[in-house]
Design a protein around this ligand. Structure first.
Ligand SMILES: [Zn+2]
Length: 164
């Protein structure tokens, strides 16, 4: 994302937040900036804190966590549960994004040729009279590396896998 585009998106979000009654403090602005700058990275709270602290070393975990809760409440942040024992966060963009998420190692893979796939999805939604909102969609599965290690989605015991 271009620097100017990032700045505009941050401004747009902060303006929106203000309209929803969210008080904009310096640290909250930094958290929103960090989320937008790292869109698509799906950081956990610790990683987000590290990035945010590069801008303000006094920013604490409690502030970050409270801000994430508020942002989530008003729909500016989404939690992604990767089954790793902690949540990852993302700021939804303007588009629909399709991901595959490995239930074994937590790896997140963006589908290639999103446009074609989204077009199909839009047609399915339109059949039900829906227009799809911007969001990121996680489809759970097991990645190729985990499959190569004989981890399957049905069983984690490789010896239980029998040829059909
Ligand atoms: Zn995996």
């Amino acid at each position: 994302m271009l620097l100017e585009e990032t700045r505009n998106r941050v401004q747009e979000l902060l303006q929106n937040l203000k309209e929803k009654g969210f008080r904009i403090t310096g640290q909250r602005r930094i958290i929103v900036e960090t989320l937008v700058e790292n869109q698509g990275s799906h950081f956990n709270a610790r990683e987000l804190l590290q990035f945010a602290q590069k801008k303000d070393p006094t920013l604490g975990f409690a502030t970050l966590y409270r801000t994430l809760l508020v942002l989530e409440d008003i729909g500016f942040v989404r939690q992604i549960n990767t089954g790793e024992g902690f949540n990852r966060y993302e700021a939804p963009g303007r588009d629909v994004v399709l991901h595959l998420l490995c239930a074994s190692c937590g790896k997140i893979t963006r589908f290639r040729e999103q446009e074609n796939k989204l077009r199909v999805l839009s047609v399915w939604a339109a059949e039900e009279g829906y227009e799809i909102s911007p969001q990121s969609v996680q489809i759970y599965g097991v990645c190729s590396e985990c499959l190569a290690r004989n981890i399957s989605c049905r069983t984690s015991d490789s010896r239980a896998r029998r040829p059909l």
